[in-house]
Write a protein that binds this ligand. Sequence first.
Ligand code: BES
Ligand code: MN
Ligand code: ZN
Length: 502
Amino acid sequence: MKISFTKPGLPETGVLVVMGYEGGTLSESALAIDKVIEGTLARAAKIAKFKGKVGEQVSVLAPQGSKLERIVMIGAGKPEKLDLLGAEVIGGTIYKSLAPEQPRTVSIAFDALEEGEGRVWEHAAHIAFGALLRSFRFDKYRTKEEADKKPSIRALKILTPSGGRARKAFETLEKVAEGIFLTRNLVSEPANILYPESFANICQELTELGLEVDVMGEAEMKKLGMGALLGVGQGSARESKMVIMRWNGQQSKGRKAQTTQVAFVGKGVTFDTGGISIKPAAGMEDMKWDMGGAGTVTGLMKALAARKANINAVGVIGLVENMPDGNAQRPGDVVTSMSGQTIEVINTDAEGRLVLADALTYTQREFEPKTVINLATLTGAILVSLGQERAGVFSNNEELAERLKKCGDATGDKVWPFPMDGEYDELIKSDIADMKNTGGRFAGSISAAKFLEKFIEKDTVWAHIDIAGMAWSQADKPTRPKGGTGYGVRLLDQLVADYFEG
Ligand code: BES
Ligand code: MN
Ligand code: ZN
C-alpha cells in the first residue's frame, strides 16, 4: 500500500471517503461531494440511521458516468473529542471494509477539525497509521491463495491541509509499524520454524539497521553459570540461545554517549509444552507464542533503530524450548542461577521466570542500565485478573509504573499496576533452596513477579510486564487482525520517546 498526503480537493477516480460527525452532520468534503451526487449521501445516511459514531459507515455507489467508484462516509464522532486512537480506528476500519474490493486508490478527505481542537496533521498521520496497522497479514503458509485475490489497497491518499507535517509525523509511525509487524510475524511463526537458533538468525538481520547483535550459545551461558535458563532448555533437541541487541543512538555533545540508559529483557520460550509437568493437549498449540516477550523486545529494538532514536538501549532475549525428554529437568531439581541464588524447581511449567532470572542478571551485570523493563507471557493467572484488555505491571518504582500507565493509555497498549508487598515473598520460600519457582494457586501473577524481583540488583529501577493476555488475540480489532498483536512495541517506544530521549 502506497500512502501519501495531499491537499484537500475532490478526487476524480477511485473510492472517496469522507467524515460524518456525531449527530449526523456532514463534514465539508462530505457536503461538497453530496452536492455533486445530488444529496444521495445524506439520503443514504438517513435511511441507514447513520449516527456518526467513530468507525460507523455508510456507502453509496458513485453515479453512472462518474469515474469515482464509491463514496463512503465514516463516522468520526464528535470532532472535539476525536483523539489519535480514534483517528487510527477510522483508518483501520476503512482498510478492513474496502480492501476486499481491491480498490486501486482510496482517498480519505480529512477536513480541519475546528480551530484549537487538535492538530489536524497529527490526526491525519494516525488515520494512515491505523490503515497500515490493519493491513498486516500473516499469509506466508497459504499456498492456495492467489496473489491477486488477497485483500489490498494499491494507493491510500489522505487529503488534508498541512500534508507535509502529516507526512513527517507518519514517517516516524511507519518505522514503529515495521517493529510491530516484526513482532507479529515472530509471534505467528510455528515452533518448527521459529526455534532459538532461527530466532537468533532473524535478530542478526537487524544489524542492517545499525543494531549491534551478539548471540550466545549453551557453552558460553554455561561458563557464565546460567543454570536456571539452561535447565529449561535441557530437554530440547534445539540449542538454547541468548541474543543481545544494542542500539547506541544517543548523541551527547556531538559524541556517542557510553552508558546504557535502559534495557529491555524478553522471555523467549519458542515452545512451552510444560516440560515434565506437561500441559494438557487442548490449546497447547498456543504455546508457540510463548516467546511473545522476546518478540516484543525484538520489534521494539527494530523500531528504535529504524527511527534512529536518541538513546542507548539494549535488548536481551532468552531463547529456549521447554520439552519433556529423558534429559529434561525434573520437578524437585535444584538449579543454581547466574546470580548465585539457588532455585527449587517445583513445576517445570513455571519456566519463564527461570529463563528471565538469568537474562536479568546478565543484563544488569554486563550493561549496568539504570532502568530495566522485562516482558513475558508469564502466567495464565494474569488472564484471570485482567483478561485481554490490559497487561499487568509489577514494579519496584511507582514513577515508572505511572509512566507506563500513561504511555499505555495514549497508545492503546494498556497496562494495570499490581501490588508487590513484601508479604508475598512468603509464597516462594523453599525448604531446601533460596526460593522455589511456584507460589501456589493464589496471586499467581504476583508470586511470579516476586520471583523475578529476587534477580533485580539494588539500584535498578525495574518493571515486569506480564503480557500473557495480550500477545495473541482470537478476535479482530479495528487496527489489527486476529493473531499476533505486536503488543508492547508502541507502549515502550512511547516510553522511550517521552522519558528517555532528548
Ligand atoms: N507460558 C505459560 C503462561 C501462559 C498461559 C501464557 C496461558 C499464555 C497463555 C507459563 O509458562 C506457564 O505455564 N505458567 C504456569 C505457571 C504455574 C505452573 C505456576 C501457569 O500460568 O499455569
Ligand atoms: Mn510454562
Ligand atoms: Zn511459558
